[in-house]
Design a protein. Structure first.
Length: 173
């Protein structure tokens, strides 16, 4: 798989290029800039994070496990009839069930974030692009993955060259 890389000298040029690519129907676009460019936020597609769903499901599992663990201990494994109270007195289970739900939600959030961010990853292949370190100083880099595009990479490269970049090349990743 290869990635099309374009380097721009100013932020207006990269904003024009991203706008042109989005109008052409491309969605697999990444930008690397030396400072945040607010105009790019509106143009770039936002990834849909599944992290809130993982946190909710982790909390729900923790709640069920907390209640189930206490119910099993109080009603099945070690039943004690003290003063005629019911064996499974659920109001007494609420604090521990809540704490276990919070613990499981936090763990699901932590490990879900690591999984979704594909961390730990000691090597980032994009860092091998020539002059990539200039993206933190004085260049604006635009990476386009032409694999999922409806147009061929040659047309994408021609579209990028119309936006007057400093350089455009195909980088094997």
């Amino acid at each position: 798989m290869s990635v099309l890389v374009a380097s721009f000298a100013d932020e207006a040029a990269i904003v024009r290029a991203v706008g042109a690519l989005r109008r052409a129907g491309l969605s697999s676009i990444e930008t690397y800039t030396p400072y945040p460019v607010e105009a790019l936020d509106a143009l770039l597609p936002r990834p849909r994070w599944r992290l809130p769903v993982a946190v909710f499901l982790g909390g729900l599992v923790g709640l069920v496990l907390g209640f189930g663990m206490q119910w099993y201990a109080a009603a099945i494994d070690y039943p004690l009839n003290i003063g005629g109270r019911p064996l499974a007195s659920w109001p007494a289970f609420i604090p521990i069930a809540f704490e276990i739900a919070v613990l499981c939600a936090v763990l699901a959030g932590f490990f879900g974030f690591l999984a979704l961010a594909r961390l730990p990853r000691p090597y980032q292949p994009v860092a091998a692009i020539p002059d990539f370190e200039r993206a933190s100083h004085d260049r604006f880099l635009l990476l386009v993955d032409p694999a999922g595009a409806s147009m061929p990479s040659a047309d994408t490269q021609a579209l990028l060259e119309q936006c007057e970049p400093c350089s455009v090349f195909l980088w094997p990743s």
